[in-house]
Write a protein that binds this ligand. Structure first.
Ligand SMILES: [Zn+2]
Length: 437
């Protein structure tokens, strides 16, 4: 089938997904159901006709106004639909016409590295295309929610991670672009660290591991601003009765609305111990299992034959990607908080990169994480110049960097591979005791 047939279809399909994302972005952070009630006008509550719901076109035909009460409907809805449709088309063009995007791997010949096995056609490589589009849609929804409310609902990245692990396990093939099939040692790291994370999680759920910031974390700057604004307006309204009256008034409001707790740098740093404790079993079991597979021949042989099963290598490769993505952000959060004495990076970003890693693998997730600040600079300057928001949500930058990495991971890996393989070779020599003079 020619590209000219796929492109309009994928635009329409993407626009429909975008229409669903609009629902997700509004309802998920407000704890409303995603299926009921069906689309309705927020002003007059009348249900929309099915043809008013057609992405982009429905809005244009209505002239941006409700059919019944003529209240204007935000242009944001058709814009999100159009952007999602265009993203589906852009990635189709890049993957199957330009043949960029995910590859099978990077081969090193001497000093040069070559990426090989790029996507060929959608008929052949549809699994990775649709999995990547799922990730992209989830990132778009997360970014929109994060930019508005400074939260990332963890349902989005964890749903993506679950689907990614399932798809990679069932469909990954050795010669498929973007497959995450790994060898025995990375698989051992995934199995050990995955088991450790599961143990920590179960201990945490049952209350045997402490939760950091259990009574709510430190306030964000924007929350502080909002609170101050509310206070000053309250004081202004109470000012009629003189100074004494305004004081008793604010004392009364404080009783109904408890004062958020203030955190000192020392207290914030101390909370990080709880998070380090959570990560300890994962690190310990991960390293232990790798060493056992590596150093004990009987275990090594048994493990190798287990991982040789295609689906086991793919399953553990996807799990490893999620773990590497999440741990990179989490360790940065812990280190940053210890250094600066204030909460660095939210847990939402940790969860987001679990989803990213499970889809595109650990290497891509780490690369996206380190590229994210570069995508932040332009947006950060814009926001600092225009808005009052002093904190910047990190989710949109992580998402932009991830989209970039989905398209250009392989050429970047070509550049990085020789250096990384030398470093790995030297590390191997040191660990095997063959290093030194
Ligand atoms: Zn209406």
């Amino acid at each position: 089938m020619p590209h000219a047939l796929y492109i309009p279809f994928l635009f329409a399909f993407g626009a429909c997904i975008g229409s669903f994302l609009n629902v997700v972005v509004w309802r998920l952070p407000r704890d409303e159901s995603l299926v009921t009630p069906p689309s309705h006008c927020p002003k007059c509550n009348k249900l929309l006709k099915w043809y008013d719901n057609i992405p982009v076109l429905g809005w244009i035909k209505l002239g941006g106004r409700c059919r019944y009460c003529k209240e204007s409907i935000s242009a944001r809805y058709p814009i999100i639909e159009a952007i999602t449709g265009l993203l589906f088309v852009l990635f189709y063009v890049m993957y199957f016409m330009v043949h960029a995007g995910p590859c099978v791997g990077v081969r090193i010949d001497g000093l040069e590295a070559h990426a090989y096995g790029m996507p060929t056609s959608i008929a052949e490589d549809w699994p990775i295309y649709f999995l990547d589009m799922l990730l992209l849609s989830g990132l778009l929804a997360s970014s929109l929610i994060d930019a508005e409310l400074f939260i990332i609902p963890i349902e989005i990245p964890w749903l993506i991670a679950a689907i990614a692990i399932f798809v990679h396990t069932v469909l990954d093939q050795q010669m498929m672009p973007g497959n995450l099939i790994v060898g025995p040692r990375p698989a051992a790291l995934a199995a050990g660290a995955g088991l450790g994370t599961l143990i920590s999680f179960l201990l945490w759920v049952t209350g045997k591991l402490p939760m950091s910031f259990a009574e709510g974390g430190p306030m964000l700057e924007i929350e502080r601003d909002e609170l101050e604004q509310k206070r000053t307006t309250q004081e202004k309204t109470a000012n009629g009765g003189g100074k004494k009256a305004s004081k008793t008034k604010s004392a009364a409001t404080e009783e109904t609305e408890p004062e958020p707790r203030e955190w000192t740098s020392r207290e914030v740093r101390k909370e990080m111990r709880k998070e380090m404790l959570f990560l300890l079993p994962a690190l310990g079991l991960g390293i232990l299992w790798v060493m056992l597979v590596w150093k004990v021949p009987a275990i090594g042989r048994a493990w190798e034959s287990a991982v040789r099963e295609r689906w086991v290598g793919a399953l553990l490769g996807s799990v490893l990607g999620g773990l590497v993505g999440g741990f990179t952000v989490w360790l940065t959060r812990i280190l940053g908080t210890l250094v600066f004495g204030r909460e660095a990076m939210g847990m939402g970003d940790v969860h987001l990169m679990v989803g990213v890693g499970a889809v595109i693998g650990g290497g891509g997730a780490v690369l996206a994480f380190f590229l994210a600040p570069f995508f932040g600079i332009a947006l950060a300057i814009y926001m600092l110049l225009t808005g009052k928001k002093r904190e910047l949500p990190y989710g949109p930058y992580l998402s932009l960097a991830t989209a970039f990495v989905m398209l250009f991971y392989c050429p970047i890996a070509e550049q990085l591979a020789p250096g990384l393989s030398n470093a790995a070779w030297m590390l191997g020599r040191l660990l095997n005791g063959e290093g030194g003079a």
